[in-house]
Design a protein around this ligand. Structure first.
Ligand code: HEM
Length: 120
């Protein structure tokens, strides 16, 4: 069986770091920071790391909510969704993920748009 993208790049060690750097960028963004003001970031990072692990063919330990339920009250716009995807892309590149694999991961993320964006 082909190695998963999750294992190829070092599993939880790598993706825990990617997720932590990603949220640092999100919180540094004047456009995005307000969405996260009342959120427990430790829980969110744990859920996000497990979500990514599962999405990239690693272990399935995700215990968070269904993505639509988690985002339904946030009124997320398309430009904000695209900015989040861009920050994730940067975080993956900084962790040494190869261009083709970054593209595959961003495609997976793009396919989730309908569950996350509630207004255009
Ligand atoms: C790009 C694709 C995205 C993925 C894969 C994703 C994934 C997730 C996951 C797995 C959770 C945890 C759910 C839980 O704890 O039950 C979550 C929560 C959250 N997401 Fe996203 N998300 C994405 C985009 C966004 C965007 C664009 C925003 C805002 C601009 C956003 C804001 C939030 C917030 C504020 C929470 C916490 C909600 C709460 O605790 O009530 N997410 N997301």
């Amino acid at each position: 069986m082909a190695e998963s993208l999750f294992d190829k790049y070092g599993g939880f060690d790598t993706f825990t770091l990617v997720v932590s750097r990603f949220y640092q960028k999100v919180l540094d963004s004047d456009e995005l920071e307000h969405y996260f003001r009342n959120v427990n970031m430790d829980n969110l990072m744990a859920h996000q790391t497990n979500f990514i692990a599962k999405a990239l063919g690693g272990p399935d330990a995700y215990e968070g909510r269904d993505l639509r339920q988690a985002h339904i009250n946030l009124d997320i716009t398309l430009p904000h969704f695209l900015e989040v995807a861009e920050l994730l892309q940067e975080s993956l590149e900084e962790a040494g993920v190869e261009g083709d694999d970054v593209e595959s991961i961003i495609q997976i993320v793009g396919s989730l748009q309908d569950q996350i964006v509630m207004q255009t």
